[in-house]
Ligand binder design. Structure first.
Ligand SMILES: Nc1ncnc2c1ncn2[C@@H]1O[C@H](COP(=O)(O)OP(=O)(O)OP(=O)(O)O)[C@@H](O)[C@H]1O
Length: 265
């Protein structure tokens, strides 16, 4: 498969290229919108950074795309293929008594179903995934004994065996050292090279400019979506900051007749 880039509100691609399409999407907690009026498409093979201030709705949007949070309004059209999600590390309970190999095996079960017994080849693939993320020999280690960086490597090993065409990453390089971040970034780049569609929540804008061809800048609503250099203009970043600062946490849903992103990339 060859990698493609380019997507956003303007679209322009053939429908089959659009792996995920957001139609005037609002995601809410209770009746309070976390993010609203997002419209646009992620093209097959695109590599997109999802950026924005704290509380901008990035995690909420990611979870909605993954199917873990139903839209309050609007719709998400998902093309064929599974979606794998790497949650924020802080949201995971690492005290759970489970071995590293078993965590990686969970990637098989999400792909093939929990009722199917593990085959020898599945265990081999899980061991190979551990090796690929630099955790060879960690098979029997309880996850609770891992450092933050090792734990993130482990979750990437699980993504490797999940083998999903669409991969969502929530702050994948948070709380890991530079070497671990570089190793994990190489995996992300290899997924992009294989034609997978990758969307990653990130805060490091220098990294985004260097490594992510496309970007969605969010501040409860899309500020801009498209080629990274254009999206991360000083004017767009200022607007995102002002939108985030001016947001009323207690506001309910707004007029549903309003639609479309605030600004196209
Ligand atoms: N489970 C929840 N229940 C109620 N409100 C929530 C919940 N999760 C998120 N929110 C609210 O939704 C809004 C968006 O949060 P979200 O975590 O999606 O933002 P974010 O851009 O990922 O933030 P950060 O960069 O700080 O991780 C915030 O106001 C947050 O308080």
């Amino acid at each position: 498969m060859s990698a493609q880039t380019g997507h956003g509100p303007a679209g322009g691609a053939a429908a089959g290229d659009n792996v995920i399409e957001l139609r005037d999407l609002t995601v809410a907690h209770g009746r309070r919108p976390a993010v609203h009026h997002v419209s646009g498409t992620f093209r097959r093979g695109s590599l997109t950074a999802l950026v924005g201030p704290n509380g901008a709705g990035k995690t909420s949007l990611l979870r909605a795309i993954a199917g873990l949070h139903a839209p309050e309004e609007g719709a998400i059209r998902r093309g064929a293929g599974r979606i794998a999600l790497l949650p924020q590390m802080t949201s995971l309970d690492r005290a759970f008594p489970i071995s590293c190999l078993d965590v990686v095996m969970l990637g098989h079960w999400s792909r093939l179903g929990a009722l199917r017994g593990a085959a020898v080849t599945d265990r081999t693939a899980a061991r190979e995934a551990l090796l690929a993320v630099g955790l060879g020999g960690f098979e029997r280690r309880p996850v609770g004994s891992l450092s933050a960086g090792q734990f993130q490597r482990l979750l990437f090993a699980r993504l490797l065996v999940e083998d999903a065409p669409v991969i969502l990453l929530d702050e994948p390089f948070n709380a890991v050292d530079a070497r671990t971040a570089a190793d994990l970034l190489r995996l992300v780049q290899s997924w992009h090279g294989e034609g997978r569609t990758v969307l990653a929540v990130l805060h490091d804008l220098d990294l985004v400019r260097r490594e992510f061809p496309d970007c969605l800048l969010l501040a409860r609503e899309p500020i801009a979506w498209g080629p990274t250099a254009e999206v991360l203009s000083p004017a767009n970043r200022l607007r995102a900051r002002m939108m985030a600062e001016g947001w009323d946490e207690d506001a309910g849903n707004c007029d549903p007749r309003r639609s479309g992103p605030a600004a196209a990339a």
